[in-house]
Design a protein around this ligand. Structure first.
Ligand SMILES: [Zn+2]
Length: 458
């Protein structure tokens, strides 16, 4: 600014006129037009480079046949995985995976791709993944990308704990995306992103100049072993593309082949392209059907993804979410991530997700198993509750049963630990916990445990 003042020194009226002309010719008014190079129809919010391959066939249709613009945000660079191509690990491999996914998405004309710089956290615990992102700073970044790309639709991982959805990072991406859906249209959230910059063409400006943006629809997909029966737009991956003349599954393979450090993903596609045997890839990708999350426009949950989108912008005031009503009765609930999701779904108007599944988890044979429980007393007096675990054959309880005093209006967290059977037998075991007051069973809760040879840590 100082330098410009020097050059323009002399006639103050002339200086004023020049500045005015500059401002007008640049076309800036009180509201800033969004940069149209970044406008997206769909924003993908994913965890790891390669997650986009799960919906590769759908992406092929939207990009090649429907002419839609897609942008993507990854919460981390997948640096915690194993490398099936070279010796590089951790940050070095993360650097490689960033390039692999950029090359893959370039094949689909998707170049607006960002990373939240989170820590890849292999495990099943969504709260651990959110902690490692870290959560707050990542949410601020994601809201920024939503406001920059102004998507009509967000597609992300299902924020739900299930057997086979083996990565807390996937669920964490779904949590962040849901929060961003609810927050990005609110002008009171991250206001420094929205302030109108003082002098746009000058240096060292305050504020970012974005606009609040309400996304219209939110969809999920899940890595669960058995596909979920949930409302959403069905998609046949074997349908032939009208513009490319090939099945979408074959177009999807062009994404996979770039992920050389993630053997399974690349190998599956290379094998199919070489042999023409597409069934293994079809079987794998068929399970990633979209699940309807919510919408602020009129549409059917199982209607087309773009149904009801239209051109109008919408406001976010319909989505304030209400806290869960935990005031009633004497109860037992699963704690930890299960308790988190009960509150999360309620707060984000996703109550229907609680109907999708019984509580479940996959763990390894013989493994040390932790189940957090909550004993809830909403009576007006202190209570003594007996906790009783019903365990299937072969299970060993390390700490579970006992008597607990729960003060009036309080929730007592109880941590319980077990060893799972080490012998192969039944694949699905149901564990039940009861609370007993006097001789009366007051409430119970259960969990279905799938046993397998290997899983990520709890
Ligand atoms: Zn992943």
């Amino acid at each position: 600014m100082k330098r410009r003042l020097k050059k323009l020194s002399g006639n103050p009226i002339k200086y004023f006129l020049i500045l005015t002309c500059l401002t007008v010719s640049a076309g800036f008014s009180q509201t800033i037009s969004p940069d149209s190079r970044f406008k997206a129809d769909i924003l993908l919010v994913l965890a790891h480079p390669d997650d986009e391959t799960a919906i590769g066939s759908q992406l092929a249709k939207w990009v090649f046949d429907d002419g839609k613009k897609i942008a993507a945000v990854y919460t981390n660079r997948g640096q915690g995985g194993g490398n099936t191509y070279g010796r590089e690990q951790y940050h070095a491999m993360g650097a490689i995976r960033e390039v692999e996914v950029r090359q893959a998405l370039n094949a689909f004309d998707i170049s607006n791709v960002w990373f939240l710089d989170g820590v890849d956290t292999p495990g099943q615990d969504v709260l651990h993944s959110l902690q490692n992102l870290p959560h707050g700073a990542s949410l601020e970044k994601l809201v920024r990308y939503v406001r920059l790309t102004q998507p009509d639709i967000i597609i992300t991982w299902l924020p739900h704990f299930s057997a086979g959805e083996n990565h807390g990072d996937h669920q964490a991406a779904g949590v962040l995306a849901t929060e961003a859906f609810d927050l990005a249209g609110n002008p009171a959230i991250f206001p420094a992103q929205l302030g109108y910059p003082r002098e746009i063409q000058d240096i060292n400006n305050f504020y970012e100049g974005l606009l609040p943006w309400q996304v219209k629809k939110l969809y999920f997909f899940s890595d669960r072993d058995e596909p979920l029966k949930a409302p959403g737009p069905a998609f046949d991956v074997t349908t032939v593309s009208q513009t490319k003349g090939k099945p979408f599954i074959e177009l999807a393979a062009q994404l996979n082949i770039f992920h050389k450090t993630q053997g399974f993903v690349a190998d599956m596609a290379e094998e199919a392209l070489k042999t023409g045997q597409w069934q293994p890839m079809i079987s794998w990708l068929e399970k990633f059907q979209l699940i309807f999350g919510k919408a602020v426009v009129k549409c059917r949950p199982d209607g087309d993804v773009f149904e009801g989108i239209g051109r109008n912008t919408v406001s976010n005031d319909r989505f304030s979410g209400t806290p869960i009503n935990d005031q009633d009765g004497v109860r037992i609930e699963l704690g930890g991530v299960f308790d988190y999701y009960r509150h999360f779904w309620q707060a984000h108007n996703l109550g229907h997700l609680s109907e999708l599944l019984e509580p479940e988890i996959t763990i390894s044979y013989g493994s040390y198993f932790h189940v957090p429980l909550l004993l809830i007393n909403n009576e007006k007096k202190s209570l003594t509750l007996k906790l009783n675990a019903d365990l299937p054959e072969g299970w060993e309880a390390l700490s579970a049963n006992g008597e607990f005093t729960v003060d009036a209006g309080q929730t007592l967290p109880v941590q319980t630990f077990y060893f799972a059977p080490s012998e192969e037998g039944e694949k699905i075991h149901t564990l039940t916990w009861k609370i007993i007051q006097g001789k009366k069973i007051v409430d119970d809760v259960h969990m279905n445990v799938m046993l397998s040879d290997w899983t990520l840590p709890q």
